[in-house]
Design a protein. Sequence first.
Length: 103
Amino acid sequence: MDDIGQIYLSGSWQVKKGSEAAFIKAWQQFANWTVEKQAGARKAVLLQDREHADRFLSFGPWESEARIAEWRSQPEFAAFVQTARELCEEIQPRTMVVVASAG
């Protein structure tokens, strides 16, 4: 399967110490809603750094930038962003595109 051009959203999350479990729970609920209810969302993954438990990376493929814009306009998106700001020291969202792959 040729993934070149596939759009991904990613996020780098620096969670406040002691808020890791609350962040995971909030992210999981939001990701479930996103994948189940938002057209264009295909999958969502959250990784936790094994050496720095307060650092996370999320990513997932999307159908198009238009679908991403629709998702970001939803009140559930705004509510999650507010929760994330309360739980995180730093948030770095990115929109990425596959330019090379192997396997």
